[in-house]
Ligand binder design. Structure first.
Ligand code: SAH
Length: 329
């Protein structure tokens, strides 16, 4: 892949009947990562956000959304549920919510690491170097911070108040602090060309990421992008496949967004390069309010139902559930 040229990637993204790319990515996944699918239980603990990203339903200007914050105890209880299901990674995600003091977050991470045998992944947005350092010292193992798009102009347009260079700098900080680092993009964003998508793929290769999240853009009715079309599953799958070729060893999730644009979206993603699935472990009463985009799947499932459907998905593809941490844990 290092020899892959941008024009070549664009050609693959353009081509309509190219099943080969998907197949090839599937065998690269098999060769490098095996048949195990890693499960990460995600707890969406606050939907408050100080940012105003144009695509996201949690943006602060969305006054229609009912906001919630889980207490540290509630988050811990949800983490215990993840443990009961024998999932080995707990992902804590939220909007950018300064309500939680860093000491409180560190205390929570410490408690989870002390009492539960798991890897902890954080996905809480842009913080200072010092905060990332404290969270790492508290025991956090991994951090997810998607660059969303590698096109600077589009980035600035979509994320007012956030700077592209600073986002990338943060990924460097996280790496230096010893986190396993995840990033990624959205596919089919308004104004995004195939050339830009090819640049995204090249960037994922260059950043040497441990985890890469790729999902279709889904317009939310209460955001300025409500009129735009959603990203197609087809283009998302091609992006996943080419990314697998660019990053053969990365952990690539079959995203909830892919499952939300097509009922078989996650299965299809697992068959063209993905090897991770992230069941929603947010308590039922809060789940519908973490509406980054509409019609998210699993909203009405109990965590147990989610587990069943995930097990069914994995086994029906002839794959098996990984029992380890997946990463250096
Ligand atoms: N506040 C954290 C977590 C953001 S939500 C952060 O900034 O990192 C997690 C991901 O949801 C985002 O990184 C983005 O890629 C995705 N997302 C948000 N709105 C979306 C939409 N309308 N369609 C598809 N994905 C979306």
């Amino acid at each position: 892949m290092n020899s892959f040229k941008k024009e070549e990637i664009v050609k693959h993204l353009t081509c309509n009947k190219n099943r080969n790319i998907l197949k090839e990515a599937d065998s690269i996944r098999k060769e490098h990562c095996g048949d195990e699918v890693h499960i990460r239980g995600i707890i969406e603990f606050s939907n408050y956000c100080k940012r105003d990203c144009l695509y996201c339903g949690l943006r602060k200007s969305n006054k229609k959304l009912t906001r919630y914050r889980m207490t540290a105890d509630e988050i811990f209880k949800a983490a215990r549920k993840v443990e009961e299901f024998k999932y080995k990674t707990i992902v804590l995600q939220s909007g950018e919510d300064d309500y939680y003091r860093i000491e409180e977050l560190c205390g929570l991470v410490k408690r989870i690491k002390k009492e539960i045998d798991c890897a902890v992944t954080l996905s809480i947005g842009e913080r200072t170097y010092d905060e990332y350092k404290q969270l790492r010292e508290a025991g956090a193992d991994r951090y997810l911070l998607k660059f969303e798009t590698s096109n600077k102009k589009l980035f600035v347009f979509l994320k007012p108040g956030s700077l592209y260079e600073k986002r990338l700098k943060r990924l460097e900080w996280l790496r230096d602090l010893g986190y396993q680092v995840g990033s990624g993009n959205m596919v089919g964003l308004p104004g995004q060309t195939l050339e830009m998508l090819a640049d995204d793929i090249l960037l994922m290769n260059k950043l040497d990421l441990d985890m890469i999240g790729i999902g279709p853009f889904i317009p939310h009715p209460d955001t300025p992008l409500w009129r735009f079309r959603e990203g197609t599953l087809e283009l998302t799958l091609k992006t996943i496949a080419l990314t697998r070729m660019a990053a053969p060893d990365a952990y690539i999730p079959a995203t909830t967004a892919a499952g939300s644009v097509d009922p078989a979206g996650r299965q299809k993603a697992l068959q063209c390069g993905a090897n991770v699935i992230m069941p929603n472990m947010t308590p039922q009463k809060y789940r519908k309010y973490y509406e980054i985009y509409p019609d998210k799947i699993c909203l009405n499932d109990q965590p147990g139902d989610c587990r069943m459907s995930i097990k069914t998905i994995i086994e029906s593809l002839g794959r098996n559930i990984a029992r380890g941490y997946g990463g250096q844990g």
